[in-house]
Write a protein that binds this ligand. Structure first.
Ligand code: NAG
Ligand code: NAG
Ligand code: NAG
Ligand code: NAG
Ligand code: NAG
Ligand code: NAG
Ligand code: NAG
Ligand code: NAG
Ligand code: NAG
Ligand code: NAG
Ligand code: NAG
Ligand code: NAG
Length: 789
């Protein structure tokens, strides 16, 4: 096709844009291969999350597409998390009938009832999930904010694919006092109302990556065929004569199975409405009655669709030249940023009814980098609520969260990353009534006060931090207790946390604090060992010298191979997570952490020997696959070329990872989605803007679409990016020149006013790297001046 022809074609279809973003949401992305994504029905930030649970060893999000068996249909989940499986409380399980028409002819325990489902029956779309089990029973579900609605449809026995499973047209539905992780504690209870069939009760479970425990309450109501009989079950035996059960955990490794059941007169579809609360069963009932008064699945589903469409609509992209696969990758990524965290306002015992409570911050180490910054653009007021929620966690539990789920404190992975999130929002959001003074006080507490248990809040080693200006390996700390590892990554993260605090000090005019935290934000330099070399596993010298190294209390150097815990670490016995004997870098290597100085790239570039050396090293990090894009520390490294005056290389690198490592398929994610962190990486990258979170900076690369429009929820203004000379084959991904609101623009970054003021950025693309955005004056802000360019 000639050039003239393609321009004519473009002009012809140039106005094509996404009409309904929901058609590009595929909830099954990340449902296999460890993505751990929640694939079911929910509202944005909803507490009710209904899906089929499987017995996969990777069922953290409930459902998986890895040929595992269905064990039940439960109503609470997290999405994309690692750790133990989360939630999955109070599974339902339906039978078309019981063998010999006796109650004990139905199989109650979870282990024994696991059953395959028919792949071809699977349907998942915003606010909806449905599948058919091998028994022929179909389960379709949708949700309101705290209530799920399930519709079970039964085959007539003769028509069932495996008619030997049941032998009567008298369906049974059981409710199991269980959760995904089998973590139930003493004492769970359930009561069944003989007349109305209503089941109420509660149980106490363990959080999946944290300390303490939590209780949840439910209220299940049935609609459809008349109830024939009901009762409770314990282990594999059931009775219609007993209506109340208090059950112990049991002494074996799994809690003793127990729960309730209801049997129905005929095989008309049964609708089960499941209300949920962290407060009481009474509240679960009243919420369910008000949220879904009429048991209407279609109406509840339609309301969910409307809500999702409204949430996703502020971002509109041109469809010119791009295939569905790209659009699906993009909008599904955006969708996943709004599944977690969850809004538990008004339904928990920790704060009074109208005080905001957000939970499933899982974990902020993951989500500060791009997920929450993404929502700041797309759903500003939700981020306002999330920050208010974090401040209530501070108010009622003493500290800002770092990881938090199911009302419990979660394990801190490195620094106190709520500080970064608060700074990011402080710089970008000016439409809120957030109490910034309290936010500042909370962040300063992270920096100044060591908690007794810094497993799950704040920071450890603060005495050493304040006297030595780094976190020592094998620290002596008698004031607070936590896992004494990660001394390098904690030093780097605390340095950046302090920089973020200084950003807030600056805005609040606390001049002394600002100077102080800017000073402590340079502490990363104290672990830099200029003569440290690095060898590949086969003994070849990488040729790079100068890496962070562990340092002891007596200020002598320790040693960690810079490639230890990297993606190419060949040692299967390397221990890289939160174990007591893990590395001095968390879930990553010194090589990768070397680049984690988000606030002072100029100084880092000088430290690495100037921009050419910096770029060479960054290329090596990616080309040798030392970094792993499936974990969050890799995100910013894709775009850090901008700081060395090579924005073209960021664009190139972004296309090397997307779609290669992020396919819109069930197994397409490179690791856990981490509450939508991976989704936000895809969304930001394809949008052509990537944040340096904690700073008012977005690094500019060409969007993956001919044009994008983004409506700011705060001001209603529409920001626009247009690629002039767009090429859907992505050969022309290099910015030759740009204009911002019609004026020539050479900076390789923009700030948040781009969105709130609805500016227009025109990017003129070409096939080769240009001089655009390469001069020192074009580079993003850095604490130290750029030198050596
Ligand atoms: C799931 O259940 C099936 C049927 O009991 C069983 O064969 C399979 O091993 C289970 N899978 C796992 C991972 O436990
Ligand atoms: C069902 O689908 C999954 C993934 O979508 C696939 O791995 C599996 O092989 C399929 N199973 C069957 C029986 O077709
Ligand atoms: C069903 O009835 C048959 C015949 O009486 C008996 O052999 C079988 O054990 C019964 N099964 C159950 C689960 O009760
Ligand atoms: C029921 O029938 C199916 C298909 O014929 C068979 O695979 C299965 O083993 C049978 N189950 C029982 C419990 O007899
Ligand atoms: C569970 O209930 C039993 C019986 O009422 C009681 O003795 C026990 O203390 C309870 N356990 C807990 C942890 O509440
Ligand atoms: C079961 O537990 C509930 C809630 O803790 C309690 O109110 C009730 O009295 C207990 N019932 C029995 C039979 O112990
Ligand atoms: C962006 O908005 C402009 C002005 O309303 C409109 O002409 C254009 O079609 C929109 N583009 C997209 C991709 O929605
Ligand atoms: C959270 O829930 C509360 C109470 O229902 C509601 O007022 C608030 O708007 C919700 N926030 C978000 C971001 O959904
Ligand atoms: C060691 O590995 C590197 C990277 O794979 C390779 O370039 C080099 O040739 C290897 N050296 C030896 C001696 O095998
Ligand atoms: C410094 O501390 C390390 C770790 O405890 C120890 O191995 C080393 O011998 C000490 N060096 C000196 C000079 O005291
Ligand atoms: C969609 O387009 C992208 C970019 O051109 C390409 O990498 C990908 O293979 C295409 N996918 C399909 C399914 O055609
Ligand atoms: C918030 O920022 C926008 C864009 O910079 C500006 O137009 C608006 O006036 C500001 N609003 C407040 C309340 O400061």
């Amino acid at each position: 096709m000639s050039r003239i022809w393609s321009i004519a074609l473009l002009a012809q279809v140039g106005s094509a844009q996404v009409t309904d973003p929901l058609q590009y949401v595929d909830q099954l992305i990340g449902s296999a291969n460890g993505g751990n994504v929640f694939s079911g029905a929910t509202l944005p930030y909803g507490m009710a999350k209904a899906v089929a649970d499987t017995n996969s060893s990777s069922n953290q999000g409930g459902f998986t597409t890895d040929d595992s068996f269905v064990t039940g249909f439960s109503s609470m989940h997290d999405s994309g998390t690692g750790g133990n499986p989360s939630l999955g409380d109070f599974a339902l399980f339906p039978y078309a009938g019981c063998v010999n028409d006796t109650i004990d002819g139905c199989v109650f325990p979870k282990l024994d009832r696991a059953t395959p489902f028919l792949n071809s029956s699977l349907e998942a779309s915003p606010g909806y999930f449905s599948l058919t089990m091998q028994s022929g029973v179909n389960a379709a579900m949708t949700t309101a904010q705290h209530t799920s609605l399930f519709r079970f449809t039964f085959p007539s026995i003769a028509a069932a694919p495996y008619s030997n499973i049941s032998t009567s047209n008298s369906p049974l539905i059981l409710l199991d006092l269980t959760d995904l992780a089998d973590s139930r504690q003493d004492n769970a209870s359930i009561s069944v109302d003989a007349d109305t069939g209503r089941m109420t009760g509660s149980a106490r479970f363990l959080p999946s990556f944290g300390s303490g425990n939590y209780a949840t309450y439910f209220c299940a109501d049935f609609s459809g065929a008349a109830i024939r009989d009901n009762g409770i079950f314990v282990n594999s035996r059931a009775s219609a004569d007993v209506k109340d059960l208090n059950i112990s955990r049991g002494i074996n490794s799994r809690p003793l199975p127990g729960g309730a059941w209801a049997r129905f007169e005929d095989s008309s579809p049964i609708i089960v409405r499941m209300g949920l609360s962290f407060l009481s069963a009474e509240q679960a009932c009243s919420i369910a009655e008000s949220e879904i008064p009429s048991f209407d699945l279609d109406a509840t589903h339609a309301a969910a669709v409307t809500m999702w469409r409204k949430k996703l609509s502020p971002i509109s992209v041109s469809t010119v030249g791009v295939n569905n696969s790209a659009l699906t990758n993009f909008y599904s990524g955006i969708y996943r940023t709004m599944v977690n965290p969850q809004n538990y306002t008004g339904v928990n015992p920790l704060v009074s009814g109208d005080e905001i409570w957000f939970d499933s911050f899982y974990c902020l180490w993951d989500s500060f980098r791009s997920q929450i910054p993404f929502l700041t653009i797309l759903d500003t007021y939700a981020v306002v609520d999330m920050i208010k929620g974090m401040l209530n966690i501070y108010k009622y539990q003493g500290w800002l969260p770092d990881c938090h789920m199911s009302l419990c404190k979660g394990y801190t992975q490195g620094g106190s990353n709520a500080d970064n999130i608060i700074a990011d929002a402080f710089l970008k959001i000016n439409v809120s009534d957030i109490d910034w003074n309290t936010a500042y006080e909370a962040a300063v507490k992270d920096a100044e006060e060591e908690p007794y248990d810094w497993c799950c809040e704040g920071r450890g080693g603060l005495d050493s931090w304040k006297t030595l200006d780094y976190i020592p390996a094998q620290d002596f700390d008698y004031k607070g207790f936590g896992t004494m590892t990660r001394s390098i990554s904690r030093t780097l993260e605390y340095s950046y946390n302090d920089f973020c605090i200084s950003q807030i000090s600056s805005g609040l005019n606390y001049q002394t604090d600002k100077e102080h935290y800017r000073q402590t934000s340079t502490n990363w330099l104290n672990l830099f060992r200029a003569d440290q070399a690095s060898y590949l596993p086969n003994g070849t010298n990488t040729g790079y010298t100068g890496f962070f190294q562990p340092r002891f209390l007596n200020q002598t150097w320790g040693s960690q191979d810079p490639l230890h815990c990297s993606n190419i670490d060949p040692d299967p016995n390397s221990i890289c997570s939160l174990q007591n004997n893990a590395a001095e870098t968390f879930e990553s290597s010194i090589w990768e952490y070397s680049f984690f100085v988000p606030h002072d790239q100029a100084r880092l570039i000088t430290t690495f020997g100037g921009p050419r050396e910096f770029v060479r090293r960054l290329d090596y990090l990616h080309d040798q696959q030392i970094t792993y894009i499936g974990n969050e520390p890799a995100f910013l490294t894709v775009f850090q070329y901008h700081y060395a005056g090579r924005p073209a290389l960021s664009a190139k690198r972004s296309h090397a990872y997307i779609p290669q490592s992020f396919q819109p398929t069930p197994g397409g994610l490179p690791g856990n989605d981490d509450s939508g962190a991976m989704g936000s990486f895809v969304a930001f990258s394809m949008l052509g803007l990537f944040p340096n979170p904690g700073q008012d900076v977005y690094l500019v690369t060409p969007p993956y679409f001919e044009s994008v429009n983004i409506t700011s929820p705060g001001t209603g203004r529409v920001a626009r990016i247009r690629n002039v000379g767009f090429d859907a084959e992505y050969q022309s991904i290099f910015i030759q020149r740009a204009t911002l609101d019609g004026q020539p623009y050479t900076k390789n970054w923009i700030d948040h006013s781009f969105f709130t003021e609805g500016k227009e950025l025109l990017l003129y693309l070409g096939r080769n790297e240009s001089s655009w955005g390469t001069q020192v004056a074009d580079l993003p802000p850095s604490l130290s001046p750029y030198a050596g360019f």
